[in-house]
Design a protein around this ligand. Structure first.
Ligand code: NAG
Ligand code: NAG
Ligand code: NAG
Ligand code: NAG
Ligand code: NAG
Ligand code: NAG
Length: 814
């Protein structure tokens, strides 16, 4: 408030002149004084202006007459006759905003009393700065405020007046606002902030602008205010996702509740405007089933078990919105990562079962298809066959395998296969699955029946009952059902001139061979038949086997006495010379047995003899010898009953009577013979007639024979049969030619067996071995009846070197 007097005069003078003029008109003294002058400041020379000498003033008690002492701003310096400032004068105090501020004084002078009006005009000085109502103007502006929006600002106030009052405003440089001063007529001025550029709270939440108001005084004074602009939020920001697309991958075996992903959208707005909530945007129901979204946090959780094989990628639209509904969208892509959770599946597409066992290697029997729902490596399948089976897998088309045979099959060895196929995928750990294919092998008639034995022998005792089962052949055919059903049959052929079927029959199913008839060992001893075993396949397969049938001997033949003819049928009488000495051979019983072996082993016994001491018979050879010399007293007729026994069980025997006459006179013999047969029964009369004829014939033959012997062998005139005897071929077994090999008699069939044995001293000579061809052609059996021999013709040629005569024996049995 210092007033600088130096500058005052010119302006003062102007004012003074105005007021002087005024004073002039009113006759009053007018002064002007700037406010805030120092006490003692001389406002005016009162004495001079009043025209009153200074010296008198004091005497005249010149004084300012004041009603109110407190208003005594001025005083009179009586000594100098000047009006001075007595007290600080503040125009603004005194007059406020009034443009004219006058102090009116009355100067009283006494002696004489004089009254003068003095008007002191207080002049304004720029002693006040513009002032704002506050230091800070708080201004809240919505960021959404449009450009051009005005915001009134309280003007600054300067108590000074006139030029000293606020003249101009200046706003701190900024991007958004300008300051506009309005001067309204009569209403004074007011300022406005003009929004030149929209605000963005998100960029600048507040700003402080310094507004300076400047007055027009000299020097200028200014006052400032801070306009604190707070930018109020408007929901001008949609939430913004941190990414447009969120991608994540998730193993398909993730448990329910797994946090899949967190989306994050931020809203630059504040408060509720900036509160972001999340929700699914467009989303299909099958997707929403799997995921849940936390609306507050943006966490996406798994809500259901995933299956890569059903859906491998999920796309979710996520919407983020703020409270007022501004929204934005993002995409979430969730890729499901395959886990090897699917085992391969084996499908059997076709199966040729059964397959015939003769299928060639490489025959396709089945087609399988393998599938795995997993992907890539988890889907790569390896197939294998387990176990040692003649099959393999041939991969022809992707994921298809054909099961082919690797070798030939044999139903008879393995009739069915369980082929286990495994499929393993390439995951880690790998998963496998198995399938068992049941494959059966069908039969082909590839096996002929095979006999258990290479050949069969059957031994049949002779005289068997017809129908006797003699042997069982058995053939095995491992084929199936009818291909393995065996039927037996005999190969038709002739055996001994007869169809084999008349000997044997075979049970076609069981292979039991029966004898059709009774066999006779003495007719043939063995024969062979072929049995065929045939299966029922088509075509049938067969094999054959030889069955050798051996007929075994039974003691069914009694010894047969060749000489002498058996009891009652022979009228032969042997003559024993009276000169016969002890030990000389008298006769010999010749017997054969059609059986063989033990059954033909003959022994000779004298059963009855009139003079037991006279003759003995050799047990084995049948030779009858003198036991002692003949005495004169001995009966001339010696009839010996001789029994020939074989060695069978039971043994059979035959007896014969040997008529011996001890005489040297032939005529005696005929007499004796007549008497010998007197006892014959009358029944035999007819036979006797025949017999007599025969006997006489034989007799004469015998005589001839005796004579011949006598002539031929004079040295042994007593021996009747001292020579080779040829065994009648009738007693050879009929089948002697049916010998194994080339018709050669087996050694076991040696002739010895047919003959009396043990004839150490025998003069009989036998051909020990011969074949059919070597036999005399006449030595054949002339069979009358085939079944039993009821008669025979013996036609024996005696060896010529021994004797040139014939023995002709003819006999007949009743
Ligand atoms: C979202 O993102 C913003 C900025 O990227 C970050 O500051 C805030 O922490 C995130 N919020 C969440 C919940 O991750
Ligand atoms: C296996 O398949 C191939 C073709 O992929 C074929 O040429 C071959 O003959 C088959 N082998 C057998 C044994 O079938
Ligand atoms: C094959 O499997 C079936 C049933 O599992 C069984 O009865 C049969 O004996 C098996 N065959 C072979 C040859 O293993
Ligand atoms: C027998 O074998 C034939 C082929 O030789 C075959 O066709 C037939 O099916 C077989 N029979 C049986 C019952 O297996
Ligand atoms: C018997 O089998 C042999 C070979 O084993 C054969 O040569 C012959 O022809 C067969 N005989 C018959 C009658 O089938
Ligand atoms: C032989 O016997 C007859 C009568 O019996 C007798 O007549 C005859 O003389 C006898 N001859 C001799 C040589 O003895």
């Amino acid at each position: 408030m210092e007033y600088k007097g130096l500058f005052a005069p010119s302006s003062m003078l102007v004012l003074a002149s105005i007021f002087s003029h005024l004073v002039t008109t009113n006759g009053d003294i007018t002064y002007s004084v700037p406010e805030e002058m120092k006490t003692g400041y001389v406002i005016g020379n009162l004495a001079k202006d009043l025209g009153i000498p200074v010296k008198t003033l004091s005497a005249r008690k010149a004084r300012l007459d004041l009603d109110d002492a407190s208003m005594r701003y001025c005083d009179i310096n009586v000594d100098a006759g000047e009006l001075i400032v007595a007290q600080r004068i503040d125009r603004e105090d005194l007059c406020g905003p009034s443009p004219i501020c006058l102090l009116k004084y009355e100067i009283v002078l006494e002696n004489p009393l004089e009254l003068h009006h003095v008007i002191v005009e207080i002049l304004d000085i720029n002693d006040n700065s513009p002032m704002f109502a506050s230091n800070v103007i708080e201004l809240e502006i919505h960021e959404s405020a449009d450009k051009g929006t005005r915001f009134a600002i309280n003007e600054a106030h300067d108590v000074d007046i006139g030029r000293n009052s606020v003249q101009s405003y200046r706003l701190q440089d900024n991007n958004h606002f300008s300051f506009v001063l309005h001067k309204n007529q009569g209403e004074g001025t007011y300022g406005e902030l003009l929004l030149e550029q929209e605000l963005d709270r998100e960029q600048q939440q507040e700003m402080k602008l310094l507004l300076t108001a400047t007055d027009g005084g000299t020097p200028r004074r200014s006052g400032t205010v801070v306009i604190h602009v707070t930018v109020l939020d408007a929901n001008d920001n949609a939430p913004v996702f941190s990414q447009n697309v969120y991608k994540t991958s998730l193993p398909e075996n993730s448990p329910v509740g797994t946090l899949v992903l967190r989306v994050n959208a931020t809203d630059a707005d504040e408060g509720t405007y900036g509160q972001v909530t999340y929700e699914f945007g467009r989303i299909s129901r099958d997707v929403s089933k799997f995921f849940t979204l936390d609306s507050k946090t943006g966490n996406i959780f798994l809500d259901d078990s995933l299956d890569f094989e059903r859906k491998s990628v999920y796309e979710l639209g996520i919407k983020a919105k703020d409270a007022l509904g501004l929204a934005s969208f993002a995409r979430v892509v969730i890729e499901i990562v395959d886990i090897n959770d699917n085992a391969p599946i084996i499908h059997l597409k076709s199966l040729n079962s059964p397959i015939p066992e003769n299928a060639l290697p490489g025959t396709e029997v089945a087609i399988i298809n393998v599938q795995d729902k997993d992907s890539e490596g988890n889907q790569q399948i390896r197939c294998a066959i387990h176990g040692n089976v003649p099959f393999k897998l041939n991969s022809s088309v992707k994921n298809y395998y054909s099961l082919v045979t690797t070798s030939e099959l044999d139903r008879e060895l393995v009739s069915e296969y369980n082929i286990t196929i495994s499929a393993t995928d390439g995951g880690s750990p790998p998963l496998s699955s198995f399938k068992t294919i049941h494959m059966s092998v069908s039969d082909v008639n590839d096996n002929p029946p095979v006999f258990k034995e290479q050949f069969y022998r059957a031994y049949v005792p002779e005289n068997n009952k017809p129908g006797l089962s003699i042997c069982t052949v058995n053939a095995i055919d491992p084929d199936w059902r009818q291909n393995g059903t065996v039927f037996y049959s005999l190969v038709p052929r002739e055996v001994h001139g007869v169809q084999v079927s008349s000997f044997l029959s075979i049970n076609g199913e069981t292979g039991v061979i029966h004898a059709v008839r009774s066999f006779d060992y003495e007719k043939f001893r063995s024969f062979k038949v072929h049995v065929i075993a045939r299966d029922n396949g088509s075509p049938p397969l067969s094999s054959n086997v030889t069955v050798s049938v051996f007929i075994t001997d039974e003691n069914d033949n009694a010894p047969q006495i060749l000489y002498p003819a058996p009891d009652g049928n022979s009228y032969m009488t042997e003559m024993v010379p009276k000169s016969a000495l002890s030990g000389s051979l008298v006769s010999k019983v010749i017997a054969v047995d059609a059986d063989s072996g033990q059954n033909a082993w003959l022994s000779y016994h004298i059963v009855k003899s009139p003079d037991p001491g006279l003759f003995t018979i050799d047990l084995h050879s049948g030779e009858i010898r003198m036991q002692r010399d003949i005495a004169e007293v001995d009966n001339t007729r010696q009839n010996l009953i001789i029994s020939v026994k074989d060695n069978g069980q039971p043994s059979l025997s035959t007896t014969c009577t040997l008529y011996l006459v001890i005489s040297d006179n032939l005529s005696e013999i005929s007499e004796l013979m007549e008497t010998a047969h007197n006892e014959d029964t009358s029944k035999l009369t007819f036979y006797l007639i025949i017999s007599l004829v025969s006997v006489s014939t034989i007799f004469f033959t015998f005589i001839i024979l005796v004579l011949a012997v006598k002539f031929c062998q004079r040295k042994k005139p007593r021996l009747l049969f001292d020579g080779a005897v040829t065994i009648p071929s009738a007693y050879l077994p009929p089948n002697y030619a049916e010998v194994e090999g080339a018709g050669t008699l087996r050694s076991s069939y040696n002739y010895d067996t047919y003959l009396t044995t043990g004839s150490r001293t025998s003069d009989f000579k036998f051909v020990t071995s011969y074949n059919e061809n070597s036999l005399p052609t006449i030595s054949t059996l002339r069979k009358g009846n085939e079944d039993d021999i009821d008669g025979f013709l013996l036609d024996t040629r005696v060896s010529e070197e021994v004797c040139c005569s014939y023995i002709h024996i003819k006999g007949k049995y009743g």
